[in-house]
Design a protein around this ligand. Structure first.
Ligand SMILES: CC(C)(COP(=O)(O)OP(=O)(O)OC[C@H]1O[C@@H](n2cnc3c(N)ncnc32)[C@H](O)[C@@H]1OP(=O)(O)O)[C@@H](O)C(=O)NCCC(=O)NCCS
Length: 333
């Protein structure tokens, strides 16, 4: 048996920079209520959402991802050519193949990088951060660009009372690279495929074509069971991520849960007994639920507004369709 060399990675990995792109169209609740026989008051009370961002036709998945990535690279202080791997978490790139990651890598000027998409819905960004940390530590990549990007407005039925007010568009990106100290804690992740149908694309594309009525197969959601699952089961996953990182609740500075719904964010914070001083991301009020993009968008806002500071300890937790979830403790870059 031939002996060959094993890859050598960095001792630790960390998030080195964050960037975000918010689409230009601001859609207040008033603009969508008529189609779903709702009201601004109902939407704010049930979800905390005041307005959402929807992309213009020009603001493609690729454009939003590239803009967010350029900001993340600048904030990390590295050149695109130093990126060895681009991981894009999305469910709204409308080509089955190839992955949008290769086009993004090319536009950024990192043609040598490995580039691929992952499909873990709203949990995608935290899956990507976990993979990136492992790649850096194992020596598969020096720097990894992790992008969460969605144009959920393409997949939203504006007449569906259960989803039309929730979903939105945007992109967030993080550069993960080597570090002398641990900057990304152990991931706690998993899935529950028994609940596959709770949030899903309504029909298989082949059934849409066979129906002779090529109507976009929109996203559908059973809101009530999703709400219960996210509010209670996910708080336990967040606690496990803290435990696995060896971080006590009194050492936590920032909580950045997936921006699914303000009531879910509040219920998780209560279940986890987060102290008052822990700053909590509430980007959903202005941005809506952007699935894979929501955590980097929310963290970017907190950094910009001084609510999250470099060196702070943050808990990230993402969850959604699948059902799938992933959580980890990170150091704010
Ligand atoms: C979507 C959600 C806000 C709906 O709230 P809910 O309390 O579960 O709503 P229900 O479907 O049980 O309906 C309750 C009432 O509100 C009404 N309603 C439902 N949607 C409405 C809307 N968009 N506007 C106004 N009224 C609405 C219903 O008709 C019902 O009225 P009734 O009591 O007179 O029969 C809630 O289920 C939720 O937040 N789920 C989680 C969603 C989420 O975060 N998803 C992302 C996960 S990644």
């Amino acid at each position: 048996m031939a002996a060959f060399q094993s890859p050598q990675g960095a001792p630790h990995a960390a998030i080195l920079g964050i960037g975000a792109y918010r689409p230009s169209r601001v859609i207040p609740n008033a603009d969508i209520v008529e189609a779903i026989d709702s009201s601004d008051e109902w939407i704010q009370q049930r979800s905390g959402i005041k307005q959402r961002r929807w992309a213009t036709p020009e603001e493609t998945v690729q454009l939003m991802a590239v803009e967010a990535s350029r900001k993340a690279l600048a904030s990390a202080g590295i050149d695109a050519r130093q990126i060895d791997c681009v991981v894009v978490a999305t469910v709204s790139h409308m080509l089955q193949t190839p992955a949008v990651a290769t086009a993004i890598a090319h536009e950024l000027g990192t043609d040598q990088a490995a580039a691929f998409d992952i499909s873990a819905a709203c949990a995608g960004f935290c899956h990507g951060v976990s993979m990136a940390a492992d790649f850096v530590r194992a020596g598969s990549a020096g720097h990894v660009l992790v992008i969460g990007v969605e144009r959920l407005s393409d997949l939203t039925d504006v007449g569906d009372r259960g989803t039309a007010f929730i979903f939105a568009d945007g992109a967030g990106a993080a550069v993960v690279g080597p570090s002398d100290t641990p900057g990304i804690g152990p991931v706690v992740w998993g899935s529950d495929g028994e609940q596959f149908d709770l949030i899903r694309q309504r029909e298989d594309w082949r059934d849409v074509i066979a129906s002779g009525e090529p109507v976009m197969p929109h996203l559908m959601m059973q809101g009530n069971p999703v709400f219960r699952w996210a509010s209670f089961a996910m708080a336990k996953i967040g606690q496990q991520a803290l435990d696995r990182a060896g971080i006590g609740i009194d050492e936590l500075d920032v909580f950045v849960p997936h921006q699914a719904n303000m009531r879910i964010i509040d219920a998780m914070a209560r279940s986890m007994k987060l102290p008052e001083r822990v700053r909590i991301a509430r980007d959903i009020a202005e941005q809506g639920n952007t699935s894979a993009a929501s955590i980097p968008l929310a963290l970017d806002r907190m950094i910009a507004e001084g609510e999250a500071r470099s060196g702070d300890t943050a808990l990230l937790i993402a969850f959604g369709a699948g059902l799938s979830y992933a959580a980890q403790v990170v150091t704010v870059p």
